[in-house]
Design a protein around this ligand. Structure first.
Ligand code: M6R
Length: 366
């Protein structure tokens, strides 16, 4: 059932070209400029006219929500708040019937997310689910939704569900932007075409770095890791750190790169591996200066870069390349080498990759 792989996690990482394509199948048809999300049809009006989008989730699904915050605000110009379900549900939050709430959950059974939905529903908000498991509690508790169609995810560390969640949220943001007129037709068509090509770029990203195991072997005994990124890659930094800590038990923190000088920079010495996501986008130059700051303090630099980058290559101790794509779609590619790196480090440390200690695949208690 592991399809020849040693672990479900590795199988699921490698399935991503297919799971993303499955997620977009029947929904995205770039050639004809079409994007259809059946689950959204009856609620498009509510979505388009919402005062605010509130996204609620836990863990990796919350990270997908953070990526969506950038997507919705960039393309649709609607303010977004991303909430940990466990905090939201107990805060007596201000919610009205003009709010459009998106709950994201792979399992569809996460207790806090379910409770956050019930609360928002009782205040009159429209609730939209982005779930992987068909017929799950969250899928049933929401007014409408869109399945991610990633297929069963067995490994406790979420991988293919994350990229499928982002794929659905990206399609939602593009549809919304186009409908609201905040995204021009030509830009929309251009983005649809780029999105359709993402599965083959993920395929390439999966095989283009044959140095990952070597990097894993060098840093597997590190006590700490720092992950830094900006813009669309900030949530990816959080996700990279979570992947490492949950399966390898190495302490890791993700930060927006510019926040480094407000505290975490004190941690940097020659023992500290720092993973930068430094792709060629609008924050590239800024990230390059952040890399220089770490280098000046002798930190070890592992950088995820756009294919062909030579500037960061000249500065970093190791680089992991990904294909070039639209800035908004980079998380779908930049997370790939981070998933692979955490997988190999965990395997080399002898950890139970698919079933890490103290963790359950779905957290059905609060
Ligand atoms: O099933 P859900 O997406 O609601 O689960 C949320 C989190 O429990 C989950 O993403 C968790 O953080 C993963 N183990 C991360 O890999």
């Amino acid at each position: 059932e592991k399809g020849g792989y040693e672990h479900f996690m590795l199988k699921e990482i490698n399935e991503q070209p297919r799971s993303i394509a499955d997620c977009m199948r029947g929904r995205l048809d770039a050639k004809n400029g079409r994007l259809v999300l059946g689950g959204l049809r009856d609620y498009m009006n509510k979505f388009q006219n919402a005062d605010r989008i509130i996204i609620t989730a836990c863990g990796t699904s919350w990270h997908a929500g953070l990526v969506a915050e950038y997507l919705f605000e960039e393309f649709a110009r609607i303010p977004v708040e991303v909430e940990y379900a466990s905090e939201f549900r107990y805060r007596n939050p201000v919610i009205s019937d003009k709010d459009f709430v998106i709950a994201i959950s792979q399992s569809g059974e996460t207790a806090d997310t379910l409770a956050a939905i019930e609360l928002a529903k009782s205040k009159g908000a429209t609730i939209f689910g982005v779930c992987n498991v068909v017929g799950s509690s969250i899928a049933r508790a929401t007014h409408a939704g869109c399945y991610t169609h990633a297929g069963p995810e067995i490994g406790v560390a979420s991988t293919k569900a994350f990229t499928a969640q982002i794929s659905v949220l990206t399609m939602m943001a593009l549809m919304l932007g186009y409908q609201r007129g905040t995204l021009t037709e030509s830009k929309y068509i251009q983005l649809l075409n780029e999105l359709e090509g993402i599965p083959s770029k993920v395929e390439k990203a999966l095989t283009m770095n044959n140095n990952i195991e070597k990097i894993a072997a060098i840093y597997k005994d590190s006590r700490n890791f720092l992950y830094l990124g900006r813009g669309y890659n900030f949530p990816v930094a959080l996700e990279g750190a979570l992947k490492l800590k949950e399966i390898s038990y190495i302490h890791a923190e993700g930060y927006p790169a510019a926040e480094m000088k407000h505290g975490p920079i004190a941690l940097i010495d020659e023992e500290m591996p720092v993973v930068f996501i430094a792709t060629k986008d609008t924050s590239y130059e800024k990230v390059v200066s952040n890399i220089q700051e770490v280098k000046a303090r002798k930190g070890k630099i592992i950088a995820v870069v756009t294919e062909g980058d030579i500037v960061v290559r000249g500065m970093a101790d190791h680089v992991l390349e990904i294909p070039e794509t639209a800035e908004a779609f980079v998380p779908l590619l930049s997370v790939i080498p981070l998933q692979q790196l955490s997988y190999h480090i965990a395997v080399m440390r002898g950890c139970n990759v698919d079933q890490p200690r103290n963790l359950a695949k779905s957290v059905t208690v609060e």
